[in-house]
Design a protein around this ligand. Sequence first.
Ligand code: ADP
Length: 357
Amino acid sequence: GFGGSTNVSDENLVGGQKRKLGMRRSVRDRFISPLLSRSNSNEEFDQKNEDVPVVHEKLKNIDPKMVELIMSEIMDQSPNISWNDIAGLEFAKTAIKEAVVWPMLRPDIFTGLRRPPKGILLFGPPGTGKTLIGKCVASQSKSTFFSISASSLTSKWIGDGEKMVRALFAVARVHQPSVVFIDEVDSLLTQRNETEHESSRRIKTEFLVQLDGASIDADERLLIIGATNRPQELDEAARRRFVKRLYIPLPDYTARHELLLKLFSNEKHLLIKEDFEKIAQLSEGYSGADIKNLCSEASLEPIRSIDFNDIQNIEASEVRALTMSDFEKSLNRVKPSVSPNDLLQYVKWDQTYGSGG
Ligand code: ADP
């Protein structure tokens, strides 16, 4: 049931999920033991137990299983994303570089009035590159990246969510500089209703404690990036905790065009300059993720034209190049996922609460 449980349930830890996620992130090969080797130890660490490896001071009261879980599922030692991998969003990129990336690289210069915000909020429709930006910030500021969705705290780790939050921030502190990316952060910052489960109430409280703790300690190199598709749900207290609030909108024509060229840079196709321009025009209203789907769908057309009996034997080089007519088909199949009415809401919220220019 909810609450009450004091130990991490093994089911959560060693279920099929973990393996799958662990493989996707492929952090295993860069696994750093939560237990420090003796050679790293100093007075900060527990030296009483001569025979067992010492645990980092900050992880002393944290369930070691949770530490391991966080390191395998949530932590990404060195994401490799550059600003050029993100199409468009020039305003947000510039604002983020100045507000958080440079300060993380040069904490000695960004002191006093220049002290960076500890929390930034990225809001806007789904699939527009918020997660990508989070990864890029971590990568460019040479930080460890932690990524978790708020809903997984309440659903996947039922009963352990509160401890997960505490463990997550403890591990992030050990591996600082760190970027902690929290998707669907709105669900952690609003008290929705009376009937809310006790366990999710505790998760929220713990999250606020950690968030406020991070902003009090100036020496800690910890950045919290919250992402949300529902900024309207954030109350005043929540907004106050994210000093910088950046709108991440749908890609404009230039960004769509850039993204299309990027996606096709390594693909076999017969598209000419004008075709890319046409697709960029026709895909107005599509998110970055929609455009990616559109391209994947189009790229399947050459495969669909192969006779089923031949698919086993055909040489990869014999698969025909992608054409504009493949795109015309996929434009009919893949539709924009965001409604114009939703967009209006983001624009309004941005005008009232955003850090936009
Ligand atoms: P969000 O976090 O805003 O929901 P993501 O960052 O997870 O969206 O984007 C989903 C996918 O869509 C990305 O992995 C990327 O392939 C593509 N994408 C979305 N926006 C962009 C963008 N601005 N530039 C490049 N790729 C993008």
